[in-house]
Design a protein around this ligand. Structure first.
Ligand SMILES: [Fe+2]
Length: 251
């Protein structure tokens, strides 16, 4: 290593990469942009501010996904769809050329299983369902819920698998899920290292294994926008976008 080399940025991946434009990805399919119904945007102005930043990165279409989590955010189409209308109207007034849709990020609990049984689900595109897991341990009802979703023709998308620490030493579980037609959605911000080195490493491994089908910003607030700006020069993200494996543009 030469004398000056030690002063070069530590993150070698960031070197020589122009900031990624998300124009080719087209659609962000995981975010919390509807104000006042979960831990995402807090006001209409805040919703618009976040959307404007995401537009500036190249996104043209959004499926925003408020939490439906009975114990924390007891949302339903009745709370989500009126908020969607308000934000859509404001976008129209601004004259922004984007599409905003709403679905949900379902927490895997009994309530979700009830909704699956009743087929009362908000979908991304025609049949995709975004769901998340408990962060402490693998839920025992995972396989049952997946079976019941798939038997009804729904296409489950597991939100940010790289963030569940109990899978970090069981990478084969991701490969198994992908083999069973469970679509894996990576949070682009996981590549920043913000959620820890294990999350970053697992994200990179998923990309290298070719098992990532969707990327999402999971944007809740401006802090997440800043992280997303940081990862725009990430070599693994570039590799993933150029791999042709992503399905965001099909939504
Ligand atoms: Fe989320």
């Amino acid at each position: 290593m030469g004398f000056f080399d030690r002063f070069k940025p530590k993150n070698k991946e960031a070197a020589n990469i122009d900031p990624i434009n998300f124009e080719s990805v087209i659609t962000d399919m995981h975010s919390h942009l509807l104000f006042g119904i979960d831990d995402g945007a807090v006001s209409l102005e805040n919703s618009l501010e976040l959307i404007e930043h995401l537009m500036s990165m190249g996104y043209k279409k959004f499926y925003t996904t408020p939490h439906i989590y009975r114990d924390l955010y007891f949302n339903s189409p009745e709370t989500i769809l009126p908020k969607l209308e308000i934000v859509r109207n404001a976008i129209k007034e601004k004259g922004w050329d984007i599409e905003l849709h709403a679905a949900a990020e379902y927490f895997l609990d009994e309530h979700f299983e009830d909704l699956i049984a009743k087929k009362e689900l908000l979908t991304i595109g025609k049949k995709y369902i975004l769901f998340e897991l408990n962060f402490d341990e693998e839920p025992i009802n995972l396989k049952r819920a997946l079976f019941n979703l798939q038997i009804d023709g729904f296409k489950p998308i597991l939100a940010h698998p790289e963030r569940y620490s109990y899978y970090h030493r069981q990478f084969e579980k991701f490969v198994d899920l992908a083999d069973r037609d469970v679509f894996l959605q990576l949070n682009i911000n996981s590549l920043s290292g913000h959620y820890g080195p294990e999350v970053k490493k697992t994200s990179e491994r998923m990309i290298d294994a070719g098992i990532v089908s969707f990327i999402g910003t999971d944007c809740h607030h401006l802090g997440h926008i800043n992280l997303s700006e940081m990862v725009r020069t990430n070599a693994h993200l570039k590799k993933l976008i150029e791999s042709g494996k992503l399905l965001n543009h099909t939504l």
